[in-house]
Write a protein that binds this ligand. Structure first.
Ligand code: SF4
Length: 268
């Protein structure tokens, strides 16, 4: 399934910039942060600039051309090293020089996001963009005004809870967004019940989502994952007609046969 991505539920991953600030306990072992430290890139924290990714626009064009040639729709996960709905931050270029107003085409991440929304999304009809964020309360602040009434057919908005508290907090924020929605419960750190009602609503958490991805943590500092947590989400997805994708236990242990469920949402 994956073309240039190691992530099983997408064909491609794409980053417009590199850097972020930790949001909740799911970020504790953030791979992108670890990698930034390893390479000496100072792009983590609210007061740090983000690093523009040099070839992002060319890559996006290439993804579209390849998918069109194949007559397919390819999924593009936007933001494995960033959060697309983070507040605008200043930028440095790919070698660390500050990008400045009056001298450069872009000097903050909000401008990259706007170009992506206004120019790339409408012209990439063979791509399905998966916009995953731990800041779903910012989605309606930063999407184009026209998307609020007419969300693009080639975008899914997602958020990433890791336990019941973050599910109760983040999913109702995602529910306020018009359009297709998904959750990526990665790394799952505790049992989650998606059939509980959202605060101030008759809807349950599961009623708002069109796809559920689930998996445990990997890496040297991985936290324990109980496969029964995965079974709860698998069964709740199944009972409510929501496609379910189980990604991994911890990348060391094999996925039990009954959890090897890898469904995708239907693309209209
Ligand atoms: S939101 Fe994502 S990219 Fe940002 S620190 Fe958390 S895990 Fe890392």
């Amino acid at each position: 399934m994956a073309l240039n991505s190691k992530i099983e539920w997408t064909h491609h991953t794409l980053n417009l910039w590199w850097g972020c600030t930790k949001v909740h306990e799911g970020c504790d072992n953030c791979y992108a942060n670890t990698l930034a430290h390893r390479y000496g890139k100072d792009v983590w924290g609210d007061d740090k600039p983000r690093r523009a990714i040099k070839n992002a626009w060319q890559e996006l064009k290439r993804f579209q051309i390849e998918a069109e040639r194949a007559g397919e729709v390819h999924r593009v996960f936007v933001g494995s090293m960033m959060d697309i709905f983070e507040k605008p931050k200043s930028l440095v270029d790919h070698i660390g020089n500050p990008l400045l107003e009056g001298e450069n085409e872009f000097w903050n991440t909000g401008q990259l996001r706007d170009k992506f929304f206004n120019e790339v999304v409408p012209n990439s009809t063979n791509l399905m963009f998966l916009l995953l964020t731990k800041r779903p309360s910012n989605i309606n602040k930063y999407i184009p005004e026209s998307w609020k009434k007419n969300p693009p057919q080639n975008v899914m908005f997602g958020t990433s809870p890791v336990n019941q508290k973050t599910a109760n907090d983040l999913i109702p924020q995602l529910a306020l967004v018009n359009g297709k929605k998904f959750i990526s419960v990665e790394p799952q750190l505790d049992a989650i019940d998606l059939t509980v009602k959202m605060k101030n609503s008759d809807l349950r958490l599961i009623d708002t989502v069109h796809w559920i991805i689930d998996g445990g943590e990997s890496g040297a500092n991985r936290r324990p994952f109980n496969t029964d947590w995965g079974r709860i989400l698998r069964d709740q997805s199944n009972e409510n007609g929501v496609p379910f994708f189980f990604k991994q236990v911890d990348k060391k242990l094999l996925i039990p046969e009954d959890l090897m469920v890898r469904e995708f949402p239907k693309i209209k």
